[in-house]
Design a protein. Structure first.
Length: 328
């Protein structure tokens, strides 16, 4: 078995068939698809049964009590037989050649992680946004020589192919939000070589029927995720790369955190989380000028943001709390 694709499922009866169609139709034949029904209460289980009957040699189905995304992924990891691991969310889908190309790149360059680009699509299949992951870098990336990718790449699990051994002693952290930010950087720190394709293989569906998520103190899990990565970083072969660590702290611990904080409506929660960010910055000696001058892919990150985000960040750094509350 070359690739194990893990698909956690929770109440996605309207989207699951398209996801599974894209996986059973992969040009790479030597795969297994582990579909983990994480306690769905809709008809997702019936959709899974239908595909198991049609594709019994490819699809392995499991049902468990609801435990969340991390728990479902870990459940799949414990049962995966592949040399490589892939993750696909059950309301998304992928191109036909995604895993064939990524396995070829992994073999060609002896890469522990392979990355592809992402594009967001609406429910009519129209592309709404293209997310290029590592522009202006070669197909093969030697981390010791190009460690800037540690702070530059987006830490999604689903647009990557992982060497299975990376998970020998690592699992997704259960009971938290932003589990990808917590784990994927730790896996990268175990790697020597990455590979990438510029193809937009992963199709991220922007659903119109999804319930708007309430932004709460759970956003503090972003800061906790960064702290977990820092601990592993200091024990890694890259512990001397302090500049890149600081850039990671700014990108994930400041900018990503503020992107979440911008949607927190409760004023007390907003203030508490802002105070936690201030402590986070002070402990790491991250100054305002460090944040404003932070560069990603060689460009000033703040200047590249949409106008509304740019205004929010500048007001936040200037301490203009009243103006921020009016803006929100």
């Amino acid at each position: 078995m070359i690739v194990s694709i893990i698909v956690p499922v929770y109440n996605v009866e309207n989207y699951l068939a398209k996801c599974l169609d894209s996986l059973v139709g992969q040009s790479l034949q030597d795969i297994e698809i582990l579909v983990i029904n994480d306690g769905s209460s809709d008809r997702s289980g019936l959709v899974i049964e239908e595909y198991v009957q049609k594709f019994p040699n490819i699809i392995k189905a499991f049902t468990k009590e609801n435990g969340g995304l991390s728990d479902a992924r870990n459940f799949g990891l414990d049962r995966a037989a592949g040399e490589y691991i892939g993750f696909v969310d059950s309301d998304d889908f992928v191109t036909e050649k995604m895993f064939e190309e990524m396995v070829q790149l992994a073999k060609k360059h002896e890469a522990e992680i392979v990355i592809c680009n992402i594009q967001k699509v609406d429910q009519d299949g129209k592309v709404t946004q293209k997310l290029t992951q590592i522009p202006h870098m070669s197909e093969k990336i030697v981390l010791e020589e190009h460690f800037s990718v540690f702070s530059d790449i987006s830490y999604f699990a689903c647009n990557k192919l992982f060497k299975k051994e990376l998970f020998d002693h690592k699992r997704f952290k259960k009971g938290v939000h932003f589990e990808d930010i917590q784990l994927i950087p730790q896996l990268l720190l175990e790697c020597k070589i990455l590979a990438q394709t510029q193809d937009f293989h992963y199709q991220y569906l922007e659903r119109t029927d999804s319930i708007t998520k309430t932004h709460t103190e759970k956003g503090l899990d972003i800061l906790n995720a960064v702290k977990d990565v820092e601990y592993v970083f200091d024990k890694s072969d890259y512990s001397h790369k302090r500049k890149e660590l600081k850039s990671f702290q700014i990108f994930e611990g400041v900018y990503s955190f503020l992107a979440y904080l911008a949607f927190v409506k409760n004023e007390n929660t907003f203030s508490k989380m802002a105070e936690e960010l201030a402590v986070f910055r002070e402990e790491r000696k991250i100054k305002i000028r460090d944040i404003l001058s932070y560069s990603r892919f060689g460009k000033n990150y703040l200047l590249s943001l949409p106008l509304k985000k740019k205004i929010f960040y500048l007001l936040f750094f200037a301490g203009q709390k009243k103006l921020i509350r009016k803006m929100l």
